[in-house]
Design a protein around this ligand. Structure first.
Ligand SMILES: NC(=O)c1ccc[n+]([C@@H]2O[C@H](COP(=O)([O-])OP(=O)(O)OC[C@H]3O[C@@H](n4cnc5c(N)ncnc54)[C@H](OP(=O)(O)O)[C@@H]3O)[C@@H](O)[C@H]2O)c1
Length: 239
């Protein structure tokens, strides 16, 4: 029997938006620790290619088609996953978009606003809610947020809607953390830092390896009692 299937004792993880960037690296690092990982992506070809790359490096990685902007796609992904695994130990809500760089909140268009909030905030909300039946005591949910969502210090006018979407994602984190605390399920938000990806650009100082480090730590080693917090570099940061 393959690890991560209904009756095995292996840890099982699901990572969204994982065909490239920080998500792909989170899958790689979890796989290297022996976690059985479902790599979710909205585009099947890109997702399958990413899985093939990681399988060549070793690890138990499988593809799951899921567009986090579509509730039908999230539900259908849940059906597929729950027919194959009995539980989820780790969910990483990583999928995200940055559509309003250098745009002013004074005139940003409705399409950009709706798409950004739908993917960055509501995606994490509905994926978490839909996959809840697979979580149990000891499960961990990690929301990949951003320092741009920090109301206190991080927020600038650089990408206003992206910032709002991540502030709201932090609130989603707090609400699920409160609601799931009694069940022993930890829910945390994490800023990966400024990372060299398509989103972060070439000038970013951090590698994807460094960007994935704290999300992976929260998914595996962080004390399970730590919940409802915002992290960067394994330290709590202000909301
Ligand atoms: N890079 C940074 O400096 C930085 C800093 C702070 C926070 N973050 C956060 O880290 C996360 C990963 O960012 P990244 O830098 O790795 O970005 P990236 O390279 O642009 O990758 C984003 C990923 O999200 C996926 N995605 C977008 N919309 C989706 C949807 N509707 N359904 C499913 N997947 C979707 C993309 O898939 P496609 O290939 O199909 O588009 C891609 O796999 C994001 O949440 C981002 O906000 C990044």
């Amino acid at each position: 029997m393959r690890s991560g299937s209904k009756d095995s004792g292996a840890r099982t993880a699901l990572v969204t938006g994982a065909n490239r960037g920080i998500g792909l690296e989170i899958v790689r690092q979890l796989g290297a620790q022996g976690v059985s990982v479902w790599l979710a992506a909205r585009e099947s070809v890109a997702g399958e290619e990413a899985v093939d790359t990681l399988l060549n490096e070793g690890g138990d990685i499988r593809f799951l088609q899921m567009d986090v902007a579509e509730i039908g796609s999230i539900r259908s992904a849940f059906k597929t996953l729950s027919s194959q695994v009995g539980h989820l130990d780790i969910l990483v809500n990583n999928a995200g978009v940055l559509l309003d760089e250098s745009t002013s909140i004074l005139d940003v268009g409705p399409d950009v606003v709706h798409r950004t909030i739908t993917i960055n905030t509501l995606g994490a909300f509905f994926v978490t809610q839909t996959f809840l039946p697979l979580f149990a005591k000891g499960s961990r949910i990690i929301n990949v947020s951003s320092g741009a969502g920090e109301i206190g210090e991080g927020m600038t006018t650089y990408a206003p809607v992206y910032s709002i979407s991540k502030t709201a994602m932090n609130a989603v984190t707090c609400q699920f953390a409160l609601a799931l605390k009694k069940k022993g399920i930890a829910v945390n938000a994490v800023c990966p830092g400024w990372v060299r990806t398509e989103m972060g650009g070439k000038m970013a100082p951090r590698s994807v390896k460094k960007g994935a480090e704290t999300p992976v730590w929260l998914a595996t080693e962080a004390p399970i009692a730590e919940t409802g917090k915002f992290w960067r570099d394994k330290r709590v940061i202000p909301w």
